[in-house]
Design a protein around this ligand. Structure first.
Ligand code: SF4
Ligand code: SF4
Length: 139
């Protein structure tokens, strides 16, 4: 299975080689989509992970036992359909084509598998219909 894994980890674990452990001990294919360590040395990582369901479940248990807040997520952004006017502006900034709009219904569609959590679509939405799970770096 392929899914997204989001982790939030405390200061004391920011130097733990978590990605290495996921690959080496759980035989997962791991792609880092987004990583951040803020000024308080609190970190977040968003991964695409691929492997058996059992290996992923065991990896989550391992991460939690380490003290990391780790969870599988189905979607990185949320689109409020009540606010969205299907104007299409957000599709112009989505480089991976996770957002699309077109015939026959000209309704916005979102492909969570393609989304890399860049958050570029959020500020361009005039209706403020999009919210993101993964925060931007704190400067
Ligand atoms: S967060 Fe980035 S990749 Fe995901 S839908 Fe928005 S612009 Fe596209
Ligand atoms: S920019 Fe906002 S209102 Fe326009 S299609 Fe995207 S989510 Fe909908």
């Amino acid at each position: 299975m392929k899914t997204k894994l989001y982790m939030h980890f405390p200061t004391k674990l920011t130097d733990t080689p978590v990605t290495y452990e996921l690959i080496k001990h759980f035989d997962l294919k791991v792609n880092i989509l987004k990583a951040n360590i803020d000024f308080n040395m609190i970190g977040t990582i968003l991964y695409d992970v691929e492997g058996s369901a059992q290996a992923i479940a065991e990896a989550i248990t391992y991460l939690k036992n380490l003290g990391l807040d780790a969870e599988l997520i189905a979607t990185v952004i949320t689109i409020d359909e009540n606010r969205c006017t299907d104007c299409g502006l957000c599709t112009s900034v989505c480089g991976v084509k996770a957002l699309a709009i077109g015939s026959p219904d000209w309704k916005l569609s979102y492909d969570a598998d393609k989304c890399v959590g860049c958050n570029h679509c959020i500020p361009v939405c005039p209706s403020r219909a999009i919210s993101g799970l993964v925060p931007e770096p704190v400067l």
